[in-house]
Write a protein that binds this ligand. Structure first.
Ligand SMILES: [Zn+2]
Length: 634
């Protein structure tokens, strides 16, 4: 389908390894952006994130996704993106590129959609992430022009309000009337502005964000508790998390009060008592409420918030997460007892995984527990990497677990689903967790095997690997003073081997930990983490089994399909789309659970196999325009 956007943009050829920028601040995770925070992190943390701007991706399958994402982002004209904001506020946009000539965007950004503006928020975040991750000025310029236009819109409104739809939608929410999700949309815009301030040092973005925060406080602080409870029944995304971040940046207590307004008692109170009460609630409405608790724990050390975050994560891992790291069926929680019944065409909303990765990142900060990186790696490679169609750069919404279903991709300008919005960010921030720092000694933790360069505080690391096609990674370290490099020893590897400057080192650690390597001056570390084929059943049901090599989910290819969304009449039908799975597809496999590798025959490619009946089995992230099977019928 549409491939023209590559031609309209020179960015696909960009992403040279630009020099790392200065001590640019970084995020709202422990260890980052502290110079921009009035309220510092209070929680005790065993690991700290490293600035995205200190990491550069080297050529790889992962970086190719980032390049395609950047090309798509840059192909979207800023005038078209802000047009609905200007139109709603009555800002004169008749100047060059304004509404006299602007071509309207479609899908969830169209002028009659109550979520319009959300993708603009995600794009502000993604542009700032892409700028930090590459140092390329074009991403900053585009972000700057969007922020400038939104500032003008906010000034026209005069009360701090900023949205692409009228304030009446908020009033409908306050009256408990039907409306899609106004605070959800405002969250994306607020978070985008905060990211523009933090990652791209746009001071105007902070001014606009505080304007929004003041407006929210004025709107909400005098409301009764019954109105509050009525309002928060509606999906509000990460609005409280963003308000906690705005509070941390400014120290203005009113922003914390706004965040607390969105405390959802019915959802969070049971988690604090370690009670699972998910029912069939909407998964991606739920997870951001927990993220707000995680952030509250960090700025206040509130023990209940930590319990809620950790308990939620624990329950998600037990019975709510598919083998690829995704969750939800038709966007809702499922009953773990009926797990197999939920292997549908509408599993794995990608926004849920985007948010679970954020939660895993918080929990890893607090504990430095390797298990969070097991999840992170699995979800990153098996869902996020495979979310994007390598032919077109478009992304999927759901990741179907239904045998014989296939991935459905967005269009460049007529989808703008939520998962398109979070997708812009997903593929801009692969560099965020490859490395982190051990808080105690500031040693560098190597968490993920992705070709990349890290330059941070006198230490430089260059990691080269063909992972997962190779189990080996080579890490060149240059350290001005003595430092420790901590190599992740994945749970999925039975026996690691490590060489430093050509000499074998005895590995005393067990899988599921970190191997410390002391380095002074230059060192070449070669680590080998052999992978084997393992089987994972569908939450205890041995009749449905998925196969993995190391952390990589292998799926059976069941025949090529056209992408139906190339037909503009069908492009939003992802939610009820009929996959018309033909009878007789080879979805069953004789798997010996004690030795699952026996069911697959090797090929010349170490990640591609054949079944005895001739079905090609390969990494799910590389299966596109194909029917596939993840959970085989045994
Ligand atoms: Zn989504």
């Amino acid at each position: 389908m549409q491939r023209h956007f590559f031609l309209s943009c020179t960015i696909a050829a960009l992403l040279p390894i630009a020099p790392v920028t200065t001590a640019e601040a970084q995020s709202v995770y422990p260890g980052l952006f502290s110079e921009k925070m009035k309220i510092q992190n209070q929680a005790e943390c065993k690991s700290e994130a490293v600035p995205l701007s200190s990491v550069r991706l080297l050529p790889s399958r992962v970086r190719e996704n980032m390049e395609r994402d950047s090309a798509w982002m840059m192909s979207l004209d800023a005038n078209r993106l802000v047009h609905s904001f200007q139109t709603t506020a009555g800002v004169w946009a008749g100047k060059e590129g304004g509404y006299m000539t602007v071509k309207k965007l479609g899908g969830w950004e169209s002028l009659d959609c109550e979520l319009r503006g959300h993708a603009v928020g995600h794009l502000m975040s993604a542009l700032s992430l892409m700028y930090a991750a590459t140092g390329e000025k074009c991403f900053k310029s585009k972000g700057d022009s969007i922020v400038a236009a939104l500032k003008e819109v906010q000034e026209e409104n005069g009360n701090g309000y900023l949205s692409a739809w009228p304030e009446g939608l908020i009033h409908r929410n306050m009256q408990g009337k039907g409306v899609w999700a106004p605070w959800y949309t405002l969250h994306k815009i607020l978070a985008g502005l905060i990211d523009q301030y933090l990652y791209a040092s746009n001071d105007d973005a902070l001014t606009v964000a505080t304007g929004m925060g003041d407006w929210a406080y004025n709107k909400l602080h005098a409301l009764s508790d019954s109105t509050r409870r009525l309002m928060i029944r509606n999906e509000f995304g990460g609005f409280p998390e963003a308000m906690y971040n705005l509070y941390a940046i400014t120290g203005n207590d009113e922003y914390k009060q706004v965040a607390k307004f969105f405390y959802h008692n019915d959802v969070i109170d049971p988690l604090k008592q370690r009670k699972e009460y998910f029912g069939t609630k909407h998964t991606n409405t739920f997870i951001p409420k927990v993220l707000a608790e995680a952030r509250l724990y960090e700025i206040s050390k509130d023990a209940g918030s930590r319990t809620a975050s950790e308990f939620f994560y624990e329950r998600m891992m037990k019975g709510h997460t598919f083998v690829t790291g995704c969750s939800s069926d038709k966007e809702h929680f499922l009953n773990p007892k009926d797990f197999t019944k939920h292997l549908s065409g509408y599993t794995g909303e990608t926004c849920c995984t985007y948010n679970m990765l954020k939660l895993a990142r918080h929990l890893f900060s607090w504990t430095a527990d390797e298990s969070f990186m097991e999840y992170y790696e699995r979800a990153l490679f098996n869902q996020i990497l495979g979310q994007q169609d390598p032919q077109t750069g478009m992304v999927h919404y759901f990741q179907p677990m239904l045998s014989g279903a296939y991935k459905l991709y967005s269009t460049p300008e007529n989808s703008f689903w939520c998962c398109v919005g979070s997708g812009f960010e997903n593929h801009a921030k692969y560099g965020e967790m490859i490395y982190s720092r051990n808080t105690a000694d500031k040693g560098i933790m190597v968490n993920l095997f992705i070709p990349s360069k890290l330059t941070l505080d006198g230490v430089s690391i260059r990691q080269e690997t063909a992972f997962p096609n190779s189990s080996q990674t080579t890490i060149d370290v240059k350290a001005a003073k003595a430092t420790t490099v901590y190599l992740r020893y994945p749970e999925w590897c039975k026996k690691a081997s490590v060489k430093v400057n050509g000499k074998s080192v005895s590995v005393k650690q067990q899988p599921g930990s970190y191997i410390p390597v002391a380095v002074k001056g230059n060192a070449k570390i070669i680590a080998d983490f052999p992978m084997s084929i393992t089987a994972e059943n569908a939450n205890g049901d041995d009749s449905r089994v998925a196969l993995l090599k190391g952390p990589i989910v292998l799926a059976g290819e069941l025949g090529a399909v056209e992408n139906p969304f190339s037909d503009p009449k069908k492009y939003n039908d992802y939610y009820t789309f009929d996959f018309q799975v033909p009878d007789g597809l080879p979805v069953s496999l004789d798997i010996d659970l004690k030795n699952p590798g026996k069911s697959l025959l090797p090929t010349a490619n170490p990640m591609v196999f054949k079944t005895k009946t001739g079905v090609t089995v390969s990494p799910l992230y590389d299966i596109h325009h194909q029917r596939y099977v993840v959970y085989w019928q045994r």
